[in-house]
Design a protein around this ligand. Structure first.
Ligand code: GLN
Length: 205
């Protein structure tokens, strides 16, 4: 499959940026708002935005069960920031009524970098991505507080002074066909994380 069809969950958040990054990485990128559109994709990106809002919209658009079913059936998925929160099996500091899609055996802490600190940026080494470190932009981001045995940690916050409590926290993980990052590669013009996900979708097809 040279050009897999990859959806971007288009209920809220950074949809356009992911569509552009996927297209630049060789995928046919389409927005997904309905169950019928979900049926037609080989993989799905869950963008950053606000996980509590997306959770409500998943209900309103009747996407919660179809999406859970596709994830259980092994559809490749990539969640960035709020998307990581949605994919996590468990969250800390979430709203009690917010839904988890599940499929990623991690506990994430929502807004872990602090509510005041809107943005934190650092360079990360990212396992499996050749070349320079990845410049990571965090926006009211979660981090991974606990990861199950089947979860591979691909990147963690480096032990630099500005990192504070975030130092050493995993911020990019993979479990089989599911990839998640706390940060937003769609905002930096570095296509390597999207390239990795497109390769994962090709490999799963
Ligand atoms: N804090 C947001 C949430 O809880 C995530 C922020 C983001 O996606 N940039 O969903």
């Amino acid at each position: 499959m040279s050009s897999p069809t990859i959806g971007v969950l288009a209920l809220q958040g950074n949809v356009r940026e992911h569509l552009a990054a996927l297209t630049a990485s060789g995928a046919t990128a389409v927005p997904v708002r309905r169950a019928g559109e979900l049926d037609a994709v080989d993989g799905l990106v869950l963008p950053g935005g606000e996980s509590t809002t997306m959770s409500k919209l998943l209900d309103a658009f009747e996407l919660l069960d179809p999406l859970r079913a596709r994830l259980r059936a092994g559809m490749p998925a990539y969640g960035s920031c709020a998307g990581m929160i949605l994919l996590a099996d468990e969250i800390l500091d979430g709203r009690p009524d917010q839904h988890q899609l599940g499929g990623l055996d991690v506990v994430v802490r929502r807004n872990a970098f602090g509510r005041q600190v809107d943005s934190f940026e650092t360079d990360l080494s990212f396992a499996g991505l050749p070349g320079d470190p990845v410049h990571a932009v965090f926006i009211r981001a979660p981090w991974v507080e606990k990861a199950g045995g089947a979860v591979e940690v691909l990147a963690a916050v480096p032990h630099v002074d500005v990192a504070g409590d975030a130092a050493g926290r995993p911020v990019a993980v993979r479990q089989g066909p599911v990839l998640a990052t706390s940060f937003h590669p769609e905002l930096t013009g570095d296509r390597r994380v999207h390239g990795l996900f497109v390769d994962m979708v090709r490999a799963a097809a």
